[in-house]
Design a protein around this ligand. Structure first.
Ligand code: HEM
Length: 184
């Protein structure tokens, strides 16, 4: 069996923990809540898949568990895949959250001597993905775009992400940022 090359995703494999999370989320009265959090992201290689006999993707699966710093309560749960197409260099981040929202965000990775930076988003162009959501979310708390930048330097992973929401009659920039260390 040949060894699978995960390309720029290789550095993501492992168990990551971080407690510097900062989430900005919407409140019903139009204001914002500012939530400090810690989290664990477990990333595992799951092999490759081929599509339409023409595309081969090297794939990682992950689970992200986010807990409120003040209480330890899990307030965000996310699972999905990172894939890399060696032929085109396209990186795809596809994931679901329990609210009934599923995202496919595409982009590219930039690999340098000491770091890897991955940028993905769902904006409307042929190289990007999309968002599927339940009828309730579509009507009352619609995610209109997702963008994320992730950078890895050795055992340090930093990410920032933005979800533009149409909620409570206005557009809200829901965002997250954290810094994690690889512990396994
Ligand atoms: C670290 C990651 C994330 C954290 C900590 C987080 C946290 C939160 C919090 C605290 C709220 C306010 C409502 C509540 O208290 O339940 C919220 C709302 C929401 N989030 Fe996130 N979120 C994260 C990622 C995401 C992602 C990736 C998406 C979509 C792609 C998303 C979509 C939404 C939507 C649609 C709402 C509006 C629902 C509502 O407020 O009733 N979130 N999130």
């Amino acid at each position: 069996m040949s060894e699978i090359n995960y390309g720029p995703l290789t550095q993501l494999i492992g168990v990551w923990k971080g407690d510097k999370g900062k989430d900005i989320a919407p409140e019903p009265d139009g204001s914002e809540e500012d939530n400090a959090y810690f989290e664990t992201i477990t990333v595992e290689p799951i092999g490759d898949v081929s599509n339409a006999d023409a595309q081969t993707l090297a794939v990682l699966h992950y689970c992200q568990i986010v807990q409120r710093k003040q209480t330890g309560v899990v307030f965000h749960h996310q699972t999905g895949y990172w894939s890399w197409d060696a032929a085109t260099g396209v990186v795809t981040h596809s994931f679901s959250i329990p609210r009934g929202v599923t995202v496919v965000a595409c982009g590219k990775a930039k690999v340098e001597a000491d770091s890897t930076v991955i940028e993905v988003d769902t904006t409307e162009n042929p190289d990007s993905g999309g968002i599927a959501q339940s009828p309730f979310m579509q009507k009352s708390a619609k995610t209109t775009s997702f963008s994320q930048t992730l950078s890895i330097q050795g055992d340090l992973l930093r990410y920032q992400q933005m979800m533009v929401l149409d909620i409570y009659g206005k557009i809200f920039n829901h965002s997250d940022v954290n810094e994690l260390k690889k512990c396994l």
